[in-house]
Ligand binder design. Structure first.
Ligand code: ATP
Length: 464
């Protein structure tokens, strides 16, 4: 990736993502649906590659981490035991002039006042009153707000409620994926031949009634999490925490190649009562540094809560010493969508080619590119070239995601592929018909090399 690059504005990225089929507004023909987005053809591929890269780094490359795919719906008792029914909320205040409801921590943040997410309603209201002169309604500019009230973020459903009895306890769409890991801890322990320390990883949808709905895919109401819970002996937690912080940093800076100036640690100062330590990895999104991933040392809180509420023994017995304890947990948690936006921000460039020429290019890590290779016949009206190009496409597409394009001149085709971050363009020309070689053009350097057809696959693999 280029060393210095001005970052694109969020509006530029939103327009680009729509134009090239990465991200669409949900239900767009009906005017959209707030804070819900769909991935288009290239977006679906990029999101899939993001999930795969995470899964490879977490599950495939760790002998002691196993995967899980638990359901979105769970017993409502899970969310009571976890504390979400009582405490999973954001403080909301209403502007007295225009009646818009706004998150108070965000109001204060814009005014340069830091409100910790663990503050009580009362503490938040004191801050809000103290800073009355500074806070402004984002809708009308007013500065008179009602007291903040806690607004629960869990999304309710009527699943299984056939009587329409609204006093019946609601079921929830899961607010985070890790609860599915905690409640399956014993199942995994009993069946997967794992021994502490070990991890359970999961990728899946989560739902939150987010109030702020104007940050593109950074904050969605339906989103996807990639979470790993690492179970360790109590006295090993802080070492494991250090180890996972280093691994997750490596994932962003080395595996995905994020530039170091775009990523930083943020240490939580006020921890929830059970947490031992918490760091976030923040990325420099177009609207500033914001949380991308959390790496948290959670102690035994989660398993303890579920053990108490379910009455099922979730203790671990050390096979060597016979000692019994509740494992402590180090959690790593990142959103697919947030990482998607970070990847797009990191990769997008409107590159100046000199002589008044520019090109838009996504410098995506090759493992994330939606299309790995585009295959072109030099001319679409020469059947011999087209047939040969089809053969090359069939050969490569068994291994890589490929695109066939015979539309317009080759220069234009290169630009189209640059825009979506395709690392290689393979062109079949007249020389191909003579010696079975093609040109392979590199997205970043724009250099072309002649490569034998039976070596293209190896060439891509080696340069990947
Ligand atoms: P924030 O403070 O930004 O609301 P959070 O601290 O509530 O985030 P966690 O509950 O720790 O987030 O969730 C872990 C990760 O899941 C986050 O780091 C983020 O990448 C992702 N995530 C959380 N909420 C959303 C959302 N509404 N849309 C997209 N991704 C999200």
């Amino acid at each position: 990736m280029a060393a210095t690059r001005a970052s694109a504005s969020i509006d530029t990225l939103v327009a680009f993502a729509k134009r090239r089929g990465f991200v669409f507004l949900s239900s767009e023909i009906y005017g959209g649906f707030a804070a819900v987005y769909d991935y288009g053809p290239y977006g679906a591929l990029l999101a899939r590659n993001i999930r795969d890269a995470w899964w490879r780094a977490m599950v495939q490359e760790h002998a002691n981490i196993v995967g899980l795919d638990s359901s979105i719906f769970m017993s409502p008792r899970v969310w009571e035991a976890s504390g979400h029914v009582a405490n999973f909320s954001d403080p909301l205040a209403e502007c007295k002039r225009c009646h818009t409801r706004v998150r108070v921590d965000h109001l204060l943040e814009v005014a340069g006042v830091f409100a910790d997410e663990k503050m009580s309603d009362e503490e938040i209201n004191v801050l809000l009153r103290e800073n009355k002169e500074k806070v402004r309604c984002p809708q009308c500019g007013g500065s008179d707000f009602s007291d903040a009230k806690a607004f629960n973020l869990l999304v309710q459903s009527n699943l299984g409620n056939f009587t329409g009895d609204w006093n019946k306890q609601p079921t929830y769409l899961r607010g985070e994926t890790c609860q599915g890991i905690y409640v399956n801890f014993k199942n995994v322990l009993d069946t997967a031949r794992v021994k502490v320390p070990f991890g359970i990883a999961q990728i899946g949808k989560a739902f939150r009634n987010e109030i702020t709905a104007r940050q593109f895919i950074f904050r969605k109401r339906e989103f996807e999490q990639m979470e790993m819970q690492y179970f360790v002996a109590p006295d090993a937690m802080m070492d494991a925490y250090k180890e996972w912080r280093a691994k997750r940093w490596h994932f962003y800076t080395e595996t995905l190649g994020f530039r170091k100036e775009n990523i930083r640690w943020h240490e939580h100062e006020n921890l929830v009562f059970y947490a031992k330590a918490a760091h976030d990895i923040e990325y420099c999104f177009p609207f500033g540094f914001k949380e991308l991933e959390g790496v948290h040392a959670r102690g035994d809180y989660d398993l303890m809560q579920h053990m108490k509420a379910s009455g099922v023994d979730l203790m671990y017995r050390d096979p060597q010493t016979g000692e019994k304890y509740i494992p402590h947990i180090v959690e790593t948690s990142v959103g697919v969508d947030r990482l998607f936006l970070a990847v797009l921000t990191e990769a997008y460039e409107e590159e100046d080619l000199g002589e008044g020429k520019t090109r838009t290019v996504l410098h995506l890590p090759k493992v994330l590119a939606p299309i790995t290779a585009a295959v072109f016949p030099l001319m679409k009206n020469k059947p011999a070239l087209v047939t040969k190009a089809r053969e090359v496409f069939d050969m490569l597409s068994a291994q890589y995601m490929c695109e066939f394009d015979d539309n317009g001149n080759v220069g234009k085709r290169y630009r189209r592929q640059d825009e979506i971050g395709t690392p290689y363009c393979v062109t079949i020309d007249f020389q191909t018909l003579e010696d079975n070689t093609v040109t392979v053009r590199d997205r970043d350097t724009m250099h072309q090399e002649r490569v034998a057809i039976d070596m293209i696959s190896e060439y891509i693999r080696k340069n990947k």
